[in-house]
Design a protein around this ligand. Structure first.
Ligand code: ARG
Ligand code: ZN
Length: 852
């Protein structure tokens, strides 16, 4: 049964303190919880605690032990009728971490115990008011065998330690900041520990500790440096300093998501902690810095001020993603970082917003909360915050943040509370803007222009429409910031300005133009919208070279490429114009940042183009991409070869320059590899690569073009890396993306590989997830075999790890994107899955959305 935002009610009771004791055991961990409970308001309702997958051992109210007649126990709740207004409740439960393959609550990752409580995992540890607006002070005592579990960690500060009999020891922690249960964490294990410290702007000395599997100490350096950069950035940008004496990060191999911001004790997927140049790519380095910062920033936007209820998730996630994007932009190339954000939106979020699970950034109806940690809540949520930043300016936004913390520090609040603080602090009316929080779907901007040489006036008309192409009714119109730049056709000089579109259609007039200017629309991607605007190839080429806004320079090129991909999908024999070669030749010659040039040369992703074509034939799209790539590679062969070797020979570069140079070199390689005779180039790069970025670029080129050396390169890679799990994930990913007709036999073999385990989410995603996203040609093959393969794996995962299953089903539920043949084939698999006997709530919600 779904829950609705409109039904929110304050909790009937609250809990102000909780004192926990964990006696850790693989299959029978005993959890003792002592809570001070208080009735809120005047009512006589029973106390109803959430609890799932628990064995209840005892319940005590104050000094009185309850018997089974004193309460009602169900699969999801413990209900205690009581007249008392204030009492101490002691509950003892037993749980089985070993068999917890869902990785929610307390579970084992390898030899270590760890927890994941967001959103509703705490109820798998003990009976509790498991909702974010119930905030308690936690004290946690952890008891375990000292030899196997020398480190016993929880939130806050360490307040006691001691030895017990039987080789056991304990550590007790106290977190002075009241918090919701989703921020609780516990870790126990044996680790290597990287230690450092940081003195905050307020003069607090903070111990920084990163716990990693034994032998991985040197791979934690980059994460530590990133953490210190993030701490300094938040002090400088928003005057936000850390508030405890210790900040701990633990890296584990079994984790459903990227990382978790538990107060003072972040738990991370090891993928977002561990790196050295030999084993990690430049993208891995970038992502580690971003995720470390994201979790750190949550300490203020999430922990000090949290969500009133889970419908408000974007309050903390949209805002924190915006903050980590800004940080990444400051630490790296701002434009390139922005381009990456836009690629994710266009290739994935737009499809989500058009599919059966579409929801506003503040959802109104939820069955399984884990299904709403989405691209919409996170990425579109961040775009909504960015639009506020654009409308208010940096200073106005900073004032809004300050007022937000002044009003709400220590509280659980709503998205409206945040927007009101922004509006009040800056004196801006954001009432219409708030519609972004309740409207789903990607808005379209329809753009027309007119130029009158008589009056020297240029006119730009923009209307806003919904997904179906209907102009918004006035009461649905969004407040949309549209950054534009008008480029004088003669001088090439641009004029920037911010337009605010608030009505169904508006016209702006610009005077004093001798000739029609070229308009660069949506500078820096100022709003998460699609633009319908037929600019000529010539205008796009002007923008590619002359727009001041880096995003617009890149975007014009992408638009040009998309245009020809569309033509090729409609007409496979379409012959591409030489003008494409001319313009990209200019791009290769331009004196731009190499990292940026690499982005300009990167073809629009499959998902991005698929989203633009009604009921696309996916294989026709793959063929179109191939043909365009081949055309550009052949036409630019000499230049690409020269650029490739030039990048390869460069020495004495800074870290940033080297990353950019590698990106440019490897995009050149990816073009050259489609041409006949490319084996030697790829083999040479594979053999001589000095880092993982170059190794993977070579392997990817070999896989994409099914080159002769592929199998021997893969076995060389495997023998070198079989003991390094994160690198073996990359190996499985490449194996699954091979462009070869025997891919299904290969997938079966990979599933049986001794290092494959479907219980490890990273490993499952590296094979199954990679196949569905990096191998569209075979995933969408006419026989339906790709869909059957996916459905088979989802069926297995349904019982093992519903969260992972629910993520992997995405392309199937978005079946309406594809042609009718694929729709039929996909529907068949969806129906078969719907008929499974023990369907998880996660899958049930999505299947019902897709099938109804
Ligand atoms: N709050 C975490 C983060 O954004 C992610 C938690 C995801 N939880 C989930 N159930 N999927 O960093
Ligand atoms: Zn987050």
């Amino acid at each position: 049964t779904p829950r609705y935002l409109a039904d929110y009610q304050v909790s009937a009771f609250t809990i102000s303190t909780i004192d926990l004791t964990f006696e850790l055991d693989d299959t029978a961990t005993k959890v003792t919880s002592v809570m001070s409970v208080k009735r809120q308001g005047s009512h006589k309702q029973a106390l109803v605690l959430d609890g799932e997958h628990l064995t209840l051992l005892s319940v005590k109210m104050d000094e009185c032990l309850l018997s089974a007649d004193d309460y009602f126990l169900s699969d999801t709740a413990l209900e205690i009728p009581t007249q008392a207004d204030e009492f101490l409740l002691t509950i003892v439960t037993e749980i089985n971490p070993q068999d917890n393959t869902a990785l929610e609550g307390l579970f084992k990752s390898g030899d270590a115990f760890c927890t994941q409580c967001e959103a509703e995992g705490f109820r798998r540890i003990t009976y509790y008011l498991d909702r974010p607006d119930v905030m308690a002070v936690f004290t946690t005592k952890v008891v375990a065998a000292k030899d196997k579990y020398p480190y016993l960690l929880s939130n806050g500060n360490k307040i006691a330690t001691g030895e017990l009999g039987d080789g056991k020891h304990f550590v007790q922690w106290h977190d002075p900041f009241p918090k919701p249960s989703y921020l609780f964490a516990l870790v126990a294990g044996d680790f290597d520990l990287l230690q450092d410290s940081y003195v905050t702007s307020e003069g607090r000395e903070v111990a920084l500790e990163i716990f990693v599997d034994k032998g991985n100490l040197s791979k934690a350096e980059h994460a530590m440096a990133s953490l210190k950069h993030a701490m300094a950035w938040d002090e400088e940008t928003f005057s936000l300093a850390y508030d405890l004496d210790i900040y701990m990060i633990v890296a584990v191999d079994f984790f459903n998501m990227g990382a978790m911001e538990n107060k003072g004790l972040n738990v991370f997927n090891s993928k977002y902690v561990l790196a050295d140049t030999e084993s990690a790519t430049d993208i891995d380095y970038f992502n580690i810095e971003a995720v470390i910062a994201h979790e750190y920033f949550h300490n203020w936007t999430g922990n000090r001020v949290t969500c009133r209820d889970w419908f408000q998730l974007s309050l903390k996630e949209g805002l924190t993603v915006f903050r980590d994007q800004e940080f990444s932009g400051d630490m790296n190339s701002k434009t390139v970082a922005r381009i990456q954000n836009v690629r994710v939106l266009r290739s994935q979020q737009f499809a989500e917003d058009a599919g059966p699970m579409a929801h506003p950034i503040r959802p109104e109806k939820v069955m399984e909360m884990n299904n709403f940690y989405t691209l919409t809540v996170y990425e579109k949520g961040a775009e909504v915050i960015r639009m506020i930043h654009t409308l208010l300016g940096g200073e106005g936004f900073a004032k809004g943040m300050a007022l937000y913390f002044e009003r709400f520090d220590g509280m659980a609040v709503t998205c409206d509370d945040f927007v009101n603080a922004m509006a009040d602090a800056s004196g801006t009316d954001l009432s219409q803007f708030k519609r972004w929080y309740s409207q789903s779907g990607t808005p379209h901007l329809k753009v027309r222009e007119a130029f009158d040489p008589e009056t020297s006036q240029y006119q730009l008309t923009i209307s806003q429409q919904n997904q179906a192409g209907e102009t918004f009714a006035a009461e649905d119109c969004l407040h949309i910031p549209v950054k534009i730049e008008l480029i004088d056709a003669d001088s090439g000089i641009g004029q920037g300005q911010l337009l605010e579109l608030t009505g169904p259609e508006q016209t702006w007039t610009f005077a004093h133009y001798q000739a029609k200017p070229v308009v660069a629309l949506l500078g820096d991607f100022s709003a998460p919208v699609k633009v319908d605007f037929e600019q000529t190839d010539l205008a796009l080429e002007v923008l590619m070279l002359a727009a001041r806004d880096g995003f617009c320079r890149w975007d014009a090129g992408q638009k040009l490429l998309c245009r020809y991909l569309h033509k090729l999908v409609a007409e496979p024999d379409y012959s591409l114009p030489e003008s494409l070669i001319t313009i990209f030749s200019k791009i290769l010659q331009a004196d731009s940042d190499p990292a940026f040039t690499a982005e300009q040369l990167t073809l629009p992703a499959f998902g991005e183009v698929a989203d633009q074509i009604h009921q696309v034939d996916p294989v026709a799209l793959v063929n179109a991409q191939k043909k365009l790539k081949h055309f550009l590679a052949a036409g630019l062969q000499q230049q690409l070869t020269a650029c490739y070797h030039n990048c390869r020979q460069k020495t004495g570069l800074s870290q940033q320059q080297a990353i950019g140079s590698r990106a440019l070199k490897n995009i050149c390689l990816s073009y050259l590899a489609v041409l006949p005779g490319a084996e030697s180039l790829v083999t040479d790069q594979f053999g001589n690569a000095a880092n993982m970025t170059d190794t993977l670029a070579a392997l990817n080129a070999a896989a994409f073009n099914n080159l002769a050396g592929f199998d021997s390169q893969m076995s060389a890679f495997e023998s070198k890396w079989h003991d390094t799990p994160l690198v073996m994930d990359k190996w499985f990913t490449i194996g699954a993306s091979l462009n070869s007709a025997d891919i299904f036999e290969r997938l079966e073999a990979l599933l049986k590989h001794p290092l494959f385990s479907i219980k490890n989410p990273n490993r499952a995603r590296s094979l199954i997830g990679a196949f569905i996203s990096a191998n569209p040609k075979y995933f969408h093959c006419q026989t339906g075999r790709g869909y059957r393969f996916l459905a088979e794996q989802i069926k297995r995962l349904n019982e093992i790890n519903p969260q992972v299953a629910s993520r992997l089903i995405t392309p199937l539920i978005q079946y309406k994107e594809y042609d009718l043949t694929r729709q039929e084939l996909m529907l068949e698999q969806l129906k078969a899955l719907r008929a499974l006997p023990q369907l998880s709530r996660d899958l049930l919600e999505k299947l019902d959305a897709a099938l109804n």
